[in-house]
Design a protein around this ligand. Sequence first.
Ligand code: GLA
Length: 391
Amino acid sequence: NRQPADLTAEFRAIFAAEPAALVRAPGRVNLIGEHTDYNDGFVLPMAIENDVRIALRPRSDRRVTLASADFDQQTTFGLDNLGHDDGSARWSNYVRGVAWAMMEKGLPIQGMDAVISGNVPIGAGLSSSAAMEVASAWAFQVASGFRMDPIDMALLCQKAENAWVGMRCGIMDQFISVVGQRDHCVLIDCRSLTYDAAPLPRGYSFVIVNSMVQRGLVDSAYNERRSQCEEGVRLLQRRLPGIKALRDVTPEQLDAFASILPPVTYRRCRHVVTENARVVSSVAALKAGRAAEFGQFMNASHDSLRDDYQVSRSELDTLVDIARATPGCLGSRLTGAGFGGCTVSLVQSKAVEAFVSHVSESYRRATGLTPDTYVSRAAAGAGQSYFTVLR
Ligand code: GLA
């Protein structure tokens, strides 16, 4: 895994000055609860150690100068004239989008000089975009001398992604990047926006394996799934007038009214409704120390994403099949939106090394692709890792 750049040194080299603060925001891996967040449901992600870092100093004017340590690029814009970058510095659109959302909310932001670096793999389903957004929001609040409510920050970053970047994502990724807790996963109720941390099972690790297939067509297929869920709610409301989202429908109710839904819509709804139930049950299993049962829920989650929600692809199924057949593995599933990216597997800690080499080798033999693997502790949410006096 790539190590984060020494941002203080980079900042000095680029701006010939000391940074005033260093902020960071983590990526995430979702353990279970996929495509439930935009249905007002439950998710169970953990923040990972891979993160986006920004070294910054405030400016007294309304200019923002951004340097990417990873892409060796620089771009600058005015807060009163944000614009989209359609050229080489597209990564800056996350920062521009967050600045836009902050000003929309009436927050008094000011300019800054900043160097950005990240080691969350891009396009792998580990929320590099959410990490960029949350790190940018932290950077602006530090540069501008105010402190936002954490939940408001997550919502604001989601709004930047929805309205500025154009991806209709739910709240999970930005939320966990803000509220992540060391050594804990977090159960998030995406309707009430309340959350509850649960300790990770002792003696087990969550191993992330990158299929190395970039998520193709993810935006359009994602938005299409969202519309299908909305259609399901509209049709079900004829019989269940009290429901507002698929969160409100039980598996039994869905079965009872299956005939009023087109077959594909029914399968999309069945994934969401059963997945919500799985999250609730799997958290109970986790808290009671029943790791094997948790692994079974992960398996059922993947199968439902593959068969009912149809967001898997052959490489992910291959990885999951290999993982499940490897000693020490209790469960395996795709994580994130799907269509490519990563799987997450629950593995006995003492078996992790053998697991990683066996899965890598078998996957390489099956597909010709060499996967990256990440074993991360659960990390804390966004914050300032170092802070000097602001000038
Ligand atoms: C992406 C979105 C999230 C969530 C997942 C699927 O990561 O950003 O909001 O919907 O897909 O669970």
